[in-house]
Design a protein around this ligand. Sequence first.
Ligand code: F6P
Length: 403
Amino acid sequence: MAIRKIGVITSGGDCGGLNAVIKGVGLMANSMGIEAVIIPNGYAGLYNLVEMQGLTRLTPGRLLEIEAGNAGSEAGHSRVKIKKINDDKRYERIKQGLAKFGIDGLVISGGDDTGSVIVDLSAQGIPCVHVPKTMDLDLQSYSVGGDSAVNRIAQFMRDLKTTGLSHNRVVVLEVFGRYAGHTALRGGLAGEADCIIIPEIPVDFDIVYAHMKKVFFKRVLDSDVKKGTYAIVVAEGINDAKGQAISDKSAGVDAFGHVKLAGAGKYVRKQLEDRMKNDPDVTDFMKKSFMFTPGVYESPEIREVTPGHLVRSGISYAYDINFGLRTGAAAVMLLARNVTGVTVVDVNDRKIEYTDTAQVIKQRTVDLNEIALYETLGICFGRQPQKFEPELEKKELPITRCL
Ligand code: F6P
């Protein structure tokens, strides 16, 4: 079937790079003589398409109004799963909407939940191609938004350390990422955190506390001006030493039906505070660092900060803009060749790499072998440090794309 008109949808949580995806779709469609339109506000808009009066066309002029460097999405978002809509005729309604506007195919950018809907829509005979998107980085392939979030987290970590250092405080940064620790790990490494707590490793706070004491106390005592901080990044979806989720369930659930995660930073602070209260070495440390003031300041303070949605807001970083542009464009070319129900992995050389959406949405967790490497470098992950045992592999050139 010849594709004449494409609808672009962004779905799930917003993030960096999405406007580049939209531009990639629009610019490629224009160059191929295909019309591209925005279906607004994710799957909520797709469901209600039939009632809309008109759609915004991604003409060259309209595309100029979209700034690829801005995070978020010009197409808007919702967390709606089509399967969950209380309407037996939901797929018929979607097909009527697509027919009303003469839309022959969809480019849909989103994460695992969005991808599962793409699998559904494809089974219903609706041509669609997936552009992977999630700041959580938990898909099997790279997803637009990941690098922007990691850069933001790294910057928050660095910023937080300037105030932590001024007050000789332990600082805890709680970050989004759901049940995968990729963003906490990458952002924490880039921001030079001392300790990174991720869902993949049930955390033993005795180990974190011992590491904190060793690193923080030494840092302050060795400093000529008696200054130091200790920085922790904690992923929102962490588990305690027994593997139990610590999230504060009172936050409720989102429209996809997922528990909204909250409270990890506070939990970490309390765990460390409890240990500090009962530790006689703390008074000794405060005295040796000339901070001890009886009844006023007898122990170092711990502060947690939760930037929440700020980690996926603001600007898109260059990697996401590059990736978004080329994968958005590639999605149009796949649709034009009637390849549907698939996810664009990347474009390398002249090859558009793609895979089955049903496969790519399987959750990817942090590689614990790699963690052992960082433990060897002295970073604490809340467990007994493991030894990094490398295997060597010589690769033939060309290896892979560089950016
Ligand atoms: O899945 C992306 C994500 O940013 C998660 O890391 C976070 O838990 C969630 O979205 C927050 O979603 P919402 O925008 O619905 O509060």
